[in-house]
Design a protein around this ligand. Structure first.
Ligand code: PAF
Length: 274
């Protein structure tokens, strides 16, 4: 696996490499990331991963400084997964001057995750557009665990006519249902034992909706109450339309239930498609 940190070096390495498939990450790789790398292989000739902890998408009181950085272990995992090229820029490589030109996503940026993480989706969209311009992939993969992120990036790609196919990868879960996440590493043993409740309450909502329950507000309220009754602090549990994450309007809309809740100092998100 080749590793490049400078933009010109990466561009030179990607000349004449056929169809490029790109998986951007912030490192601290787990089985969910590795599943995306394996999936990527089927979409083209050269698989490129990136590792960059993007300051622009973290709020001032968020975990940018303590975000786990495990570069050597990540490189081993990527090489074992058959990744061809890793782009691992420093901040000076990617942001040599303050990033004054930024992507401003539409109103969805202030809803759900965006309501609790002001500026987050603008920071994500800005770095991903920049990475797309550097790597120039034909295909890019993102995990469905960050459901709203995937939607924002799909819409950005379509509206700006970027010649890139966006592919979503299924969430990978631990045996007890907890969605794999770099932030799971922050959980104490007791919190880790409690954490699978999030997936359980979302699965229960899925089952209730499938069984015909249409009082979505009640389902959302009960789920949040169950979490909070077990020591969580829930930001939202919301049943939304898969296509645009808006409140369900059409009776036959495909739905997804998305949630974010804090267990101790750790904020976990998850979602279940219905
Ligand atoms: O999902 C992530 O790890 C990040 O938000 C991404 C897409 C790599 C942008 O920094």
């Amino acid at each position: 696996m080749q590793i490049h940190s400078s933009i010109p070096d990466l561009r030179a390495a990607l000349r004449n490499r056929g169809r490029i498939v790109f998986v951007p990450t912030m490192g601290n790789l787990h089985a969910g990331h590795i599943a995306l790398m394996t999936q990527a292989r089927a979409h083209g000739d050269t698989v490129v991963a990136s590792i960059f902890v993007n300051r622009l998408q973290f709020g001032p009181n968020e975990d940018f400084d303590k975000y786990p950085r495990t570069f050597a272990a990540d490189c081993e995992k990527l090489a074992a997964a058959g990744v061809d090229v890793l782009f691992a820029p420093t901040e000076a490589d990617l942001y040599p001057e303050p990033q004054a030109y930024q992507v401003e996503p539409p109103a969805i940026k202030d809803q759900l995750e965006g309501a609790f993480r002001p500026g987050h989706f603008g920071g994500v969209a800005t770095v991903v557009l920049k990475l797309f311009n550097i790597v120039q992939p034909q295909v890019a993969l993102f995990g469905k665990k960050d459901y709203q992120q995937l939607m924002v990036l799909r819409n950005m790609t379509r509206q700006l006519a970027l010649p890139i196919e966006i592919v979503g990868g299924d969430t990978v879960r631990a045996d007890d249902g907890l969605a794999l996440s770099s932030r799971n590493g922050y959980l104490s043993a007791a919190e880790r034992a409690e954490a699978p409740r999030l997936y359980r309450v979302l699965s229960r909502i899925r089952d209730a909706v499938r069984a015909g329950e249409r009082d979505f507000a009640k389902l959302e309220r009960e789920a949040a109450a169950e979490l909070d009754g077990h020591g969580w602090k829930t930001d939202y549990v919301a049943l939304r339309q898969q296509a645009d994450l808006q409140v369900p309007q059409a009776a036959n809309a495909q739905l997804v239930v998305v949630a974010a809740s804090r267990l101790g100092a750790t904020r976990l998100i998850d979602n279940v498609e219905i």
